[in-house]
Design a protein around this ligand. Structure first.
Ligand code: ADP
Ligand code: MG
Length: 451
């Protein structure tokens, strides 16, 4: 298949060629024709499969193919993205593929001044890319003219749901005077995404890339046990000094934690930047630019900030904190081992994180093999490990019901004792998860753990 089969304007084809795209990616091939026909579309394909161009190209084609049938000056295409960076990436794609066209587009995102956005919204516009929060601010001030919206794109819909944007998005949809063509793109397929789709889409054309089992064969995955925060940081410094570490993204569970860790690593002499949602937009952009330019070796990020970003291939991904959602593990490690390169994904796991680790193993369908670094071994034993596993929220046990244990704060096995006989009724042992090769624990089968 070639881009010419879509009957796009020559100016768009030229820009595609200029961008060096030779053929549509599978998700593009599966969605662009339906979008051009005006159908609602639901498309699920993992990060990096080219979803942006899948809607940007037909949307550009649409606005240059004829004038709006309606009065007004507002955007004809409205793209909603969960984060500022994703909005910027859409905008970059619009510029890239619209460079031989005269399409008026703009971005409305949080974290930057209102002034220029007031100006943008007061002038005629073809395509508007926005994050929901800021767009609603403008809506509330009656500064957005929705009278011409023909196409609504919900980009990274799964992430929008994770970030609590369902209500805002529904509010925006309700504010549109007539129902537009709606395109929903998502990196993952879940019942929640399906629910949103069934509530918002009409007779959608569906495109779903078999994302199920991602091929992580180019990524070597290591899990190290750590005792506590100090141990974790020693381990981290050691790992960062290894020769094969070129550039690394470290995931932190919280914004505050990301800042703190970035500062610490900076003090240790690693050129480090942080990326999270509390940073001003221009700071975030500067950090990403530095990373891409190779001025930064280490980026400490939260999931939300990193999700969907087209960060170039990194040699290492380190889970300083494990993700709360098992599926985010896959998103995270997918930052490495791209485009034929090999990558390394490392997780630093303290005892309270074990339930999260189990979730990830379940999702991956296989147990991890634990690794060790000489001189930096964890001090806890297999017995500790078993006790922690069995103490995790068994039925009827009052403490920590419904909650994950606190993340490591310098203690481990804090609620030890009394765990005997509390192992999980009905949970399987050994076999599929029980893993040979559990080097840290003498290769004996571990208890499988499901939640
Ligand atoms: P997604 O939104 O699915 O995560 P992106 O739209 O960010 O993916 O695209 C990921 C990368 O793939 C980008 O660098 C983009 O330029 C590139 N890309 C997209 N489509 C093509 C194509 N048809 N040919 C070559 N590269 C492409
Ligand atoms: Mg995307």
């Amino acid at each position: 298949m070639s881009f010419t089969s879509f009957n796009l304007k020559p100016a768009i084809l030229q820009a595609i060629q200029d961008a060096g795209f030779t053929a549509p990616s599978p998700i593009q091939a599966q969605t662009i024709p339906a979008i051009l026909q005006g159908k609602d579309v639901m498309a699920c394909a993992q990060t990096g499969t080219g979803k942006t161009a899948a809607f940007v190209l037909p949307c550009l084609q649409r606005v240059v193919s004829g004038p709006s049938a309606r009065q007004g000056h507002g955007p004809r295409v409205l793209v909603l993205t969960p984060t500022r960076e994703l909005a910027q990436q859409c905008m970059d794609n619009l510029k890239l593929f619209g460079k031989h066209l005269s399409v008026r587009s703009g971005v409305v995102i949080g974290g930057v001044g209102y002034g220029p956005q007031y100006q943008l919204l007061s002038r005629p516009l073809d395509i508007l890319v926005a994050t929901p929060g800021r767009l609603i601010d403008h809506m509330n001030e009656r500064r957005v003219d929705f009278s011409r919206v023909e196409v609504l794109v919900l980009d990274e819909a799964d992430r929008m749901l994770d970030m609590g944007f369902l209500k805002p998005v529904e509010k925006i949809i309700a504010a549109l005077p007539s129902r537009p063509q709606i395109l929903l793109f998502s990196a993952t397929f879940s019942p929640e995404v399906e629910k949103v789709a069934s509530r918002t889409l009409q007779n959608p054309h569906r495109a779903q890339l078999a994302a199920a089992k991602q091929d992580h064969s180019a990524i070597t995955q290591h899990v190290f046990h750590v005792d506590n925060t100090d141990h974790k940081q020693n381990m981290l410094s050691h790992l960062l000094k290894q020769n094969d570490v070129d550039q690394v993204i470290i995931f932190s569970a919280t914004k505050h934690g990301a800042d703190r860790l970035a500062k610490k690593l900076q003090q240790q002499g690693f050129s480090t930047g942080a990326l999270h949602g509390d940073m001003k937009q221009n700071q975030r952009k500067r950090t990403l630019d530095s990373l891409h330019a190779g001025r930064l070796k280490v980026l400490v990020a939260t999931d939300v900030a990193a999700r969907g970003l087209d960060v170039k291939n990194l040699s290492h991904v380190i889970n300083y904190d494990l993700p709360n959602l098992a599926e985010d593990y896959t998103h995270r490690i997918g930052r490495t081992g791209r485009g034929g390169a090999v990558g390394v994904a490392i997780s630093l796991v303290s005892p309270p994180d074990l339930p999260l680790l189990r979730d990830i193993e379940k999702r991956l369908g296989k147990p991890f093999t634990f690794s060790k670094i000489e001189g930096l071994e964890s001090s806890f034993t297999e017995a500790d490990f078993r006790r922690i596993v069995s103490a995790e929220a068994p039925p009827g046990r009052p403490k920590q019901r419904g909650q994950r244990p606190a993340r490591s704060q310098g203690n481990h096995g804090g609620n030890s004792g009394g765990g005997q006989g509390q192992h999980q009724g009905g949970r399987t042992h050994g076999n599929s998860h029980g893993g040979g090769g559990n080097r840290s624990f003498g290769g004996r089968p571990r208890r499988s753990f499901s939640r």
